[in-house]
Design a protein around this ligand. Structure first.
Ligand code: IPM
Ligand code: MN
Length: 353
């Protein structure tokens, strides 16, 4: 197929992991005869520095004209420690999600057998854990009415029925494709917004009789994820809860540098690692490129190019099995591989396959 990508490396380790993600994309396209074209665009702190806007109109245009966006990460400490900053890199990411209508964020929590010992949890709890968190991405407190002065501040957790219905539908459909177990995560014992979520989920559940649907408060879900991660198959939840739970999920797997995501909805889908920009590691060639590379796998799979996705996953598995690993997951006494070396190894594997 013809594949036109918007490439948004962003800040921190973004450009380094993107280089590897893009190299893998090229290798796959060459191997399978796809015609790849791509255009770089700026975002985040980089774009604030260059044009004063973390998601400039020109970047939006490049995204809208592409088949898919490959995104790395945004964020810079110089903004974190300035509560008065008028504009922040993260606003660029939120603007992208909103303007592209990306209401469904798919975050798989997959464990690798070769890495279970890196998990802070006991091996027997983690081995075989494999679930997907579907996070609502364009509503809730992130986008509801906000107010802040010196004495008070609020964020509104606003959700409408159509917003809830469309994301729950994604949840039920994923459950149908997997093990037919959907957990709706909310805080319906306290929050009105959650009560509406639960009500709508209960209305929809009879349309999916094959799916075992259960309802869990978010505090309980965060505990269950640690106690028994294998309980979950598909989890669906609102924006803020999903943000928090997926960081927790990434720990289960042993490294934050492993989890990819897909954000889909009305316009061009975006594929990005769930981790941030890790500014402290910038330019050091130590960041794990696997989350970015696995995001590329999700990109191909989104277009139903299953073999392409599978080959990337195989290459990643093999790199781990052969201890071609970045420092944070390397075994004791294992050789040192940087971002670049891991990426190059994976590209080599794909080419030689
Ligand atoms: C994520 C990130 C973002 C979020 C930040 C960078 C705005 O933490 O994608 O999970 O909170 O959604
Ligand atoms: Mn987050």
């Amino acid at each position: 197929m013809k594949l036109k990508l918007a490439v948004l490396p962003g800040d921190g380790i973004g450009p380094e992991i993107m280089e590897q993600g893009l190299a893998v994309t090229k290798a796959i396209c060459e191997k399978f005869g796809h015609e790849l074209s791509y255009e770089y665009a700026i975002c985040g702190a980089d774009a604030i520095d260059k044009v004063g806007d973390p998601f400039p109109e020109e970047t939006y245009k490049v995204c809208m004209e592409a088949d898919a966006v490959l995104f790395a990460s945004v964020g810079d400490p110089k903004f974190d420690n300035d509560p008065n900053a008028k504009v922040r890199p993260e606003q660029g990411l939120l603007a992208m999600r909103k303007k592209l209508g990306l209401y469904a964020n798919i975050r798989p929590v997959t464990t690798f057998d070769s890495l279970v010992h890196k998990s802070p949890l006991k091996e027997e709890l983690v081995r075989g854990a494999d679930f997907i968190c579907i996070r609502e991405l364009t509503g809730g407190m992130y986008f509801g009415e906000k107010y802040q002065d010196n004495d008070k501040a609020y964020d509104t957790n606003y959700y409408t029925r159509p917003e809830i219905e469309r994301i729950l539908k994604v949840g039920f459909e994923y459950a149908m494709k997997r093990n037919r177990h959907l957990t709706v995560v909310d805080k319906a014992n306290v929050l009105a917004s959650s009560r509406l979520w639960r009500q709508i989920a209960q209305e929809m559940a009879p349309n999916y009789p094959e799916v075992k649907t259960d309802y869990m408060y978010v505090d309980n879900a965060s505990m269950r994820m640690i106690q028994e991660p294998k309980f979950f198959d598909v989890m669906v939840t609102e924006n803020t809860f999903g943000d928090i739970l997926t960081d927790e999920g990434s720990c289960i797997t042993g490294s934050m540098g492993l989890l990819p995501s897909a954000s889909t909805g009305e316009h061009t889908p975006v594929f990005e690692p769930i981790h941030g920009s890790w500014p402290q590691a910038k330019g050091q060639n130590i960041a794990n490129p696997l989350a970015q590379i696995l995001s590329v796998a999700m990109l191909f799979e989104y277009f139903d190019l299953k073999e392409e996705g599978a080959l990337i996953r195989e290459a990643v598995d093999q790199s781990l099995n052969q201890n071609i690993r970045t420092p944070e997951i390397q075994v004791e006494g294992g050789d040192v591989y940087g971002t670049k070396e891991v990426g190059e190894w994976i590209v080599g594997y794909i080419k030689n396959k």
